[in-house]
Design a protein around this ligand. Structure first.
Ligand code: PMV
Length: 356
């Protein structure tokens, strides 16, 4: 599908309520670097999560005459200026694809199931739940739109809010960006990966909260700095190759190669931050202590556990469901001391968003 296929032309005044919940995701192959209207410089793929999610409710009605503002936003019942700015930008961007946005007022309320000050990226769950609510509004105007189109366009819109949000609509694994590994892959929206070993359907992601403070460098700035990073072109080639390699690994359930690729991707992402100009480090000393503990635990027990990182200090521990109890013990005995206020979240791979 092309960008033009997502331009909705019908305008009708409607009112109602739409409400969706959508999870966060954790990338195995990392998206880092973009161009034009939130298009990725390299393909990425992620596990859709299930516990860490955002719930969004939009009450909408035709805009009154002389009403300048077209939305209000409350997060956990509070006004947040930084969120308002992001939503404003998002609504402006999607207005060319959903013209009703210009003629309506939206009363938006969101909350997260995970602490928003935990340092966990919430833009993926927040923007995907918003996009789904707007698609619900489009559906009220045109009830004939198919389910496939609904979810594709929700992913397309979510991408305009936050690139990684395009991968949060469905699950358990979603790829986004042009990749030679997947012929139907698109720069515009995420696609569900169907051909996977069953082991990944119940994979666990335990998130260790190493640092709960706001990121020192935002992802937007991080993407921007890739434009002048001297290693960027090679990084995009590397991501492409890793995507290609991961394809068979996911089909076969080859956990040894899975671990190798996933950890390489995590460190490559952070290597890009360290080699940007200005350079910066988002890992915390405890991030490195945990990484070393994981190496040791894996060597001693042969449990196929690995780590990955987002654009932050927190660690995501990825492992098959059958090792849950052993990994919990490992966390409690060895890793809790590195976690901020001993916080960690047991999440797992899930099917994606849900209408509520
Ligand atoms: O979606 P953004 O613009 O917040 O970028 C996030 C990118 C990473 O989370 C670091 C990696 C990824 O692919 O999710």
């Amino acid at each position: 599908m092309t960008r033009e296929d997502f331009i909705f032309k019908r305008v009708k005044l409607v009112s109602g309520v739409s409400s969706w919940e959508s999870p966060s995701n954790i990338a195995l192959i990392k998206y880092w670097g973009k161009y034009d209207e939130q298009l990725p410089k390299n393909p990425s793929i992620s596990f859709t999560l299930s516990q860490c999610k955002t719930i969004t409710i939009i009450k909408y009605r035709p805009k009154k005459e002389n009403e300048n503002q077209n939305f209000s936003f409350l997060f956990d019942g509070l006004t947040m200026q930084s969120f308002n700015d992001k939503i404003n930008l998002f609504i402006n961007r999607i207005s060319q694809y959903i013209p009703a946005v210009k003629s309506h007022f939206f009363d938006i309320e969101s909350h997260n199931t995970f602490p928003h000050s935990s340092g966990i990226a919430s833009s993926a769950s927040a923007m995907s739940s918003l996009a789904l609510c707007f698609m619900e509004i489009e559906k009220q105007i045109d009830s004939k739109i198919s389910e496939t189109y609904f979810f594709k366009k929700a992913s397309f819109l979510a991408r305009l809010g936050s690139g990684s949000a395009s991968r949060s609509i469905e699950g358990p694994l979603v790829y986004w960006g042009k990749s030679k590994a997947y012929k139907n892959s698109s720069l515009l929206y995420g696609t569900v990966l169907k051909d996977i070993s069953p082991i990944f359907n119940s994979y666990r992601d335990t998130i260790l909260i190493i640092d709960d403070s706001e990121k020192k460098v935002s992802s937007s700035l991080g993407h921007e700095l890739m434009k002048s990073n001297p290693y960027a072109e090679n990084r995009f080639i590397q991501a492409d190759k890793n995507m290609d390699r991961l394809r068979n690994v996911l089909i076969k359930g080859d956990l040894k190669s899975f671990i190798e690729i996933v950890e390489l991707e995590a460190l490559s992402l952070h290597a890009m931050m360290m080699t940007s100009s200005p350079s910066y480090i988002l890992m915390h000393p405890n991030t490195l202590f945990v990484i070393n503990e994981v190496y040791e635990f894996r060597k001693e027990t042969s449990i196929p556990i690995c780590y990955t990182l987002d654009a932050g200090a927190n660690i995501h521990l990825l492992y098959p469901n059958q090792y849950f109890k052993k990994v919990q013990l490992f966390i409690i005995e060895k890793l809790l001391k590195y976690c901020h206020s001993k916080q960690f979240i047991n999440d797992r791979v899930g099917p994606g968003s849900k209408k509520i």
